[in-house]
Design a protein around this ligand. Structure first.
Ligand SMILES: NC(=O)c1ccc[n+]([C@@H]2O[C@H](COP(=O)([O-])OP(=O)(O)OC[C@H]3O[C@@H](n4cnc5c(N)ncnc54)[C@H](OP(=O)(O)O)[C@@H]3O)[C@@H](O)[C@H]2O)c1
Length: 256
């Protein structure tokens, strides 16, 4: 039997890119969705698309940086469809910045959205999951979590934090019946990567990437890094000596 029918799923960052793609696919598979993002009108379009295909979704306009608004969004979703079974912490930003033009404000903003936003999303669902002894937390991290990349200090730091954060949650929550799935995607065609001139090896179409992520969530994978070609290169980078890592990383900057 399919994993998704009648599952209540909260997705942050559902107004575009990966979050929107996951919402449309999971809606078609029978999940009942709560769609979180700041752009209410864009969320309405996604709700409309899901309902037109026979699915169920509610718009939850909120900023993940605001803990109270995420709690309110989760309450609204429960009122519509019942207890939340799966929470996908996907909302994220990824500005490019040469450290010679350092911006502390930008670093704070990336950490606030990517890390604190994910923590606020967890906080809004975990007490109920613990009480029910079931649930699944999903983090959309990045292959950028594995090691520092050029022009990406804030983004790499935020994704390393997200991966370690959810790994710790897994250790505490799995014995209480809550699965934790950490996803590390490579490059996917979304507005986050649009307009970059730099080469993006193994760049994936959004639909292909979304289908891979859906399968990983269904299987309750603890960690899923893809595409395998780039994941293998990144893993090799983790055991490289620093001189070799620096030379290769500087020669292959993925951000212009
Ligand atoms: N694309 C890639 O190559 C790639 C690779 C690895 C990992 N990722 C990760 O995948 C996730 C989604 O990225 P994407 O590529 O789909 O980018 P995207 O198309 O730019 O989507 C980002 C989503 O996050 C939402 N968001 C941003 N700030 C928010 C906030 N403060 N509160 C609530 N929602 C917020 C945006 O909605 P609003 O603007 O409406 O709020 C939007 O729905 C990110 O965490 C990203 O780091 C992407």
């Amino acid at each position: 039997m399919s994993y998704w029918p009648n599952k209540v799923v909260m997705i942050t960052g559902a107004s575009s890119g990966i979050g929107r793609g996951l919402a449309v696919v999971l809606g078609a598979k029978g999940a009942q969705l709560g769609l979180v993002a700041r752009r209410a009108e864009t969320l309405d379009e996604v709700v409309g698309e899901i309902e037109a295909a026979g699915g169920k979704a509610v718009r939850l306009a909120a900023d993940v940086q605001d803990a109270g608004s995420i709690v309110a969004a989760a309450d609204q979703l429960r009122a519509a469809f019942g207890p939340i079974d799966v929470m996908i912490a996907n909302a994220g930003i990824g500005p490019t910045r040469d450290a010679a033009k350092f911006s502390a404000e930008e670093v704070a903003s990336v950490i606030n959205v990517n890390v604190i936003g994910a923590s606020n999303s967890v906080a809004a669902v975990v007490p109920e999951m613990v009480a029910r002894g079931q649930g699944q937390l999903v983090a959309i991290s990045s292959l950028a979590a594995y090691r520092g990349l050029p022009r990406s200090a804030a983004y790499c730091a935020s994704k390393a934090a997200v991966s370690a954060f959810f790994e710790s949650l897994r250790l505490d929550l799995e014995p209480r019946g809550i699965d934790v799935t950490i996803i590390h995607p490579g490059f996917i065609k979304t507005s986050l990567t649009a307009g970059r001139d730099a080469e993006m090896p193994f760049l994936m179409e959004l639909d292909d990437a979304v289908n891979k992520m859906v399968r990983a969530i269904e299987k309750r994978r603890k960690r899923y890094s893809f595409p395998w070609q780039l994941a293998t290169i990144v893993r090799a980078g983790m055991i490289m000596p620093i001189w070799m890592y620096d030379r290769i990383s500087r020669a292959n900057s993925f951000r212009e």
